[in-house]
Write a protein of this length. Sequence first.
Length: 112
Amino acid sequence: MKYEAGPSITIYTKKFRITGEWEKELYYSSAGEEYETDGIQKMEIYRDGVITYFEDSTEITGNWEFIKDKEEIYITNDLFNPTSYKTFKIKKLRNKEMLLEDEFGESRRFFK
């Protein structure tokens, strides 16, 4: 499966491309407007399914996995009870750039 925004050809697996340290650079509303917002600012995704991220200056550790034929990433944590989760559609996944879209159509662009 190819993501909407590329790349069209790559030698790296999706798991290889998604793991690493990411920082959010841009946030887009569902109308395509660019602005700054709270939420996940920085995250580290590990190959073993663990994720650590900073949300509104709080460090959160949880788990991640690909779902829907690796078209989406599912993130869970036990910070809140019951377990909270986030699901993002992967719009772009390159070695150093990732674009995730939430259920409201709002996108976040991350860079390594």
